[in-house]
Design a protein around this ligand. Structure first.
Ligand SMILES: NC(=O)c1ccc[n+]([C@@H]2O[C@H](COP(=O)([O-])OP(=O)(O)OC[C@H]3O[C@@H](n4cnc5c(N)ncnc54)[C@H](OP(=O)(O)O)[C@@H]3O)[C@@H](O)[C@H]2O)c1
Length: 323
């Protein structure tokens, strides 16, 4: 089978497509014929050995796929060949076939495409974990989303609206903000052209009940200084490249909480909560409350370009590989 292989740490231009032996499922795994594979920001870091997950070389990136089960390990009774599934494979997804633990595999409803399924969980389940679970966002609360047109950000905009919050989307261009409005944002802030703190004061004079932050850097403190009484800062990621620090008097003064949001490990440690998350996401998909944006698709041969684009701060919503 064909797979994208990372043989040397470095930029996407070093990725190669190789003929490799297909993986063999362990007793508790399923073998999936990949129809689509989601591209995520961490993939751009893993290939440079800059991510917390540090695989041995050579390896194939790709943590989530949509595809069809073609074989199951002897201990698997929950799936059978022919089933349409999302595989949360951790690595190996940028390939024609991949194995995933049966426990990290979800059935795809008939009306959901492989492309949407492949790009769903890393973005939407992460934002669900932040908004619904860790942040307990309530109807009528005001939530600021940083990096709001990216994969996690746009998912948070839609999920915030689905739970009845007032959602303020912040991003670095008017074009990106137009996408946020099209996906339900109530108000927008262009933090490339306007001081973020001043813009929050203008758009949210009562302060922010929740901040969902996949960006970090200077934006985190600028936003947190407008946190409301009992507000929650949801720490999701650091695409800016800088892990921010905050003076601890800031949360004290507002009875505010700083909350980590980590999707990795959530399905394994809390399978029932993860199943509830997936069920709610699929329900919202069916009801049209979330509308994942797949802004581009690539072939495996285009992997260097896809990962270059992913790292270039230009992707809106998600990009996926089609195999
Ligand atoms: N905690 C978890 O479980 C979890 C799960 C999935 C992802 N993540 C993390 O969440 C973050 C977002 O992931 P994603 O897949 O949504 O990424 P994405 O689609 O690339 O979106 C990230 C956004 O960050 C903003 N950004 C600011 N500075 C940037 C820079 N120097 N380079 C690139 N983007 C920059 C961009 O928006 P503007 O241009 O508008 O600023 C961009 O739209 C990543 O750090 C990822 O590792 C965490």
């Amino acid at each position: 089978m064909r797979a994208v292989v990372c043989e040397t740490w470095g930029g996407p231009e070093l990725l190669r497509v190789r003929e490799v032996p297909p993986p063999v499922p362990k007793p508790d795994q399923v073998l999936i014929k990949v129809h689509a594979a989601g591209v995520n920001f961490p993939d751009t870091l893993i290939i440079r050995n800059l991510y917390q997950l540090k695989p041995e070389l050579p390896f194939t990136p790709g943590s989530e796929v949509g595809g069809e089960v073609i074989a199951v390990g002897e201990a698997v009774s929950t799936f059978k060949p022919g089933d349409r599934v999302i595989g949360l494979c951790v690595l190996g997804g940028y390939a024609e076939e991949v194995v995933a633990d049966a426990k990290l595999t979800l059935p795809i409803p008939d009306d959901v495409s492989y492309e949407v399924a492949a790009g769903l969980m890393m973005a939407y389940a992460t934002s669900w974990l932040g908004v619904r679970d860790r942040g307990t966002v309530k109807p009528g609360e005001t939530m600021l989303v940083l990096g709001a047109s990216g994969g996690v950000g746009l998912a948070a905009v839609e999920i915030g609206k689905a739970v009845g919050a007032r959602v303020v989307a912040a991003a670095s261009s008017d074009e990106k903000l137009a996408v946020c409005i099209a996906h339900g944002a109530d108000a927008v802030i262009n933090y490339a052209t306007e001081d973020l703190r001043a813009a929050i004061k203008r758009t949210c004079p009562a302060g922010l009940d929740v901040i969902l932050d996949p960006v970090g850097g200077p934006y985190t403190e600028a936003a947190f200084r407008s946190i409301a009484w009992r507000g929650r800062l949801l720490i999701v990621g650091f695409t800016s490249g800088t892990v921010p620090s905050l003076a601890m008097n800031l949360p004290l003064l507002k009875n505010a909480s700083i909350i980590g949001v980590m999707y990795g490990g959530f399905p394994q440690r809390e399978p029932e909560a993860h199943a509830a998350c997936a069920a709610e996401l699929f329900g919202w998909l069916r009801a049209g409350k979330i509308r994942p944006l797949i802004s581009n698709t690539y072939t495996l041969d285009e992997a260097p370009e896809a990962l270059r684009v992913m790292a270039s701060r230009t992707v809106q919503g998600k990009i996926v590989f089609k195999t």
